[in-house]
Design a protein around this ligand. Structure first.
Ligand code: SF4
Ligand code: SF4
Length: 138
């Protein structure tokens, strides 16, 4: 048994909104599931950023299961940058960020970016009204 961990971005079709998908990952594939972010609303397409830990073969089987129920799966791999000098500190990137990599400095009231906390999910990119958050891969 080879222990492994992987961070994935999942996009759920609206048909799965009420299905116990996470429960199955834990019960059927014996994985530890860390939910970094989730947006699931009734009868709508949803998304989540998950970290899966467990046997590498079980992770592969779990991903196959997810794809089998039409969940789109992609690895977290974006390298995120911001054009700091163009930031208007509106804060729109704070809420979508699952790891608080974007945060409000309580002293300066400026929005700062801590790249060491970024997991590359890409949720901040479309949230920025000035389009100054980017990734070379995006
Ligand atoms: S990609 Fe953006 S939203 Fe995702 S963790 Fe990094 S800074 Fe936060
Ligand atoms: S959303 Fe864009 S402009 Fe607004 S604080 Fe974040 S990086 Fe700056």
């Amino acid at each position: 048994m080879k222990e492994s961990s992987v961070k994935l971005v999942l996009t759920f079709p609206k048909e799965t909104w009420d299905k116990p998908v996470i429960y199955k990952l834990v019960k059927d594939y014996d994985l530890v599931v860390n939910i970094l972010r989730a947006e699931i609303l009734p009868k709508m397409e949803g998304s989540a950023v998950l970290e899966l830990k467990g046997d590498s073969e079980s992770i592969k089987k779990a991903v196959k299961f997810l794809k089998g129920i039409n969940v789109k799966v992609r690895p977290l791999e974006l390298d995120i940058f911001r054009e700091d000098e163009k930031c208007i500190h509106c804060g729109a990137c704070i809420a979508p960020c699952p790891t608080n990599a974007f945060y409000l400095d309580p002293v300066t009231f400026r929005v700062e970016f801590d790249k060491t906390k970024c997991v590359g999910c890409g949720h901040c990119i479309p949230a920025c009204p000035t389009r100054i958050i980017y990734s070379p891969e995006f």
